[in-house]
Design a protein around this ligand. Structure first.
Ligand SMILES: Cc1cc2nc3c(=O)[nH]c(=O)nc-3n(C[C@H](O)[C@H](O)[C@H](O)COP(=O)(O)OP(=O)(O)OC[C@H]3O[C@@H](n4cnc5c(N)ncnc54)[C@H](O)[C@@H]3O)c2cc1C
Length: 400
């Protein structure tokens, strides 16, 4: 039975996304934390809500990462799970795409559901938002929007970056004029191509923009894909050398956090496409299902539509979908700002936490995901970043 919320818990995890869920699995399964002494706070009705929304909106069919990157403990868990699916269903649907056995979104989701169910994590999920964190010598108090206050010996910040979709200034102006303009990662946004009008622009030449443009290009509308740069082809979000010691050994020996931030920026393949998506997009462009435009956008509203100026070219569209990624700000908003101020927590000049080797920002505060950028390097935000975070946190959680 779960401990009453008035009791002192061992761990509170803020954020029930890929990172929060994997760290919960690791704390319970590897560090031996009693499940009833852990809670996950997330506003979604179920865990992993943000991941499901983002992956569904893009229409991605396969993950970009390999099959050993998932939320369970054992690296081979997803591959074994796929064997049981194959035994049950035969080869009715493709479960992986080459290279690196990248799982289908469907298989990954089913495996996530299996992990969440085996660890009974929904029973530990409190559907709410953390609004205040107060640190004292023997505990962390986390005030929630609606469910009172939780106290625990440790808090793990796993808020992710998804709360901060990037809106170019011109796009915000168009929205203020009533234009049909949406960000693919806006909380609450669902992309339903059949409801979109006859002329649409997708902004952003990375994987999400390319996939969304292909979803919209169903022959019923004119689709324009606009990017500031030429198409960039890369298998992964960053070179695979960053997953292990090949690149990380050098990174961790660098003391200057400014240099680390510069290395992270240089290493991330922002706005890039893996080769299979690149090929599909080129094919759509060749058959004129998608029209490609390269350049900076300026825009003005025209009645219910908009005129987009891209260099010397003018384009008239009825609706716009932004696939411009996320802001590179420190996640956590005012909640984290106030905690830094009240408890004098150290930050680098880029605003991100200065944490120790175990991702501890304070004896009672641990971080993962973007908040652990400066320790985990370019892969911090990916699924493998959650696994790397666990390797740092679990040894101290076992002793705590
Ligand atoms: C379309 C897309 C495809 C991707 N594909 C891959 C891939 O193939 N492989 C890979 O390795 N990575 C991939 N990534 C990158 C990364 O794995 C995902 O972005 C992943 O969802 C990040 O997990 P997260 O837990 O950090 O953040 P999220 O999934 O965003 O979860 C964070 C959660 O914290 C909650 N939260 C925030 N603030 C509070 C608060 N104050 N109180 C309570 N809860 C709060 C949010 O509501 C959210 O539910 C992809 C990303 C996107 C957008």
């Amino acid at each position: 039975m779960n401990a009453p919320l008035s009791d002192l818990l061992d761990w509170v995890i803020i954020g029930g996304g890929i990172h929060g869920v994997h760290l919960a699995v690791q704390l319970i399964g590897e560090a031996g934390v009693a499940p009833e002494r852990l809670r996950i706070i997330d506003p979604g009705p179920t865990l992993l809500r943000s991941w499901k929304r983002c992956s569904a909106n893009t229409g991605m069919r396969y993950l970009r990462s390999p099959a050993v990157h998932h939320l369970d403990l054992d690296p081979w868990s997803l591959l074994r799970y796929a064997e049981t699916v194959e035994q049950r269903e035969g080869e009715a649907r493709p479960l992986f795409a080459p290279p690196y056995s990248r799982p289908s979104v469907e298989l990954f989701a089913e495996h996530c559901a299996d992990v969440v169910s085996r660890y009974d994590l929904e029973a530990l999920h409190i559907q709410d938002t953390a609004s205040e964190i107060t640190l004292s010598c023997d505990r962390v108090s986390v005030a929630l929007g609606e469910s009172g206050t939780l106290s625990a010996r440790h808090v793990l910040l796993a808020m992710g970056a998804a709360a901060q979709p990037r809106w170019p200034a011109w796009a915000s102006t168009l929205m203020a004029h009533g234009m049909h303009i949406y960000h693919i990662f806006d909380p609450g946004f669902r992309l339903a191509p059949e409801t979109w009008p006859g002329r649409v622009a997708v902004i952003g030449g990375g994987i999400s923009g390319a996939q969304a443009a292909m979803r919209l290009a169903d022959g019923k509308r004119e689709v324009h894909l606009i990017a500031r740069h030429a198409l960039r082809k890369h298998q992964f979000d960053s070179d695979s050398g960053w997953v292990g010691p090949k690149n990380m050994r050098g990174f961790t020996t660098i003391r200057s956090l400014k240099k680390r931030r510069a290395m992270i920026r240089a290493a991330r393949n922002v706005g890039s496409l893996p080769p299979d998506v690149y090929r599909e997009l080129r094919a759509s462009m060749q058959r004129d299902a998608i029209q490609w435009h390269q350049g900076e956008v300026t825009a003005s509203s025209m009645g219910s539509g908009a005129m987009l100026q891209i260099g010397s070219e003018r384009l008239y569209v009825d609706a716009i979908l932004l696939a411009t990624g996320f802001e590179d700000h420190r996640p956590g908003g005012a909640l984290v700002d106030r905690m830094i101020e009240s408890h004098d927590l150290p930050c680098a000049s880029c605003g991100f936490p200065v944490v120790d080797n175990h991702l501890r920002w304070h004896p009672r505060v641990f971080v993962t995901g973007p908040l652990a950028d400066l320790e985990l390097g370019p892969v911090s935000r990916n699924i493998i970043g959650a696994r790397r975070a666990a390797e740092r946190i679990v040894p101290v959680a076992q002793r705590a």
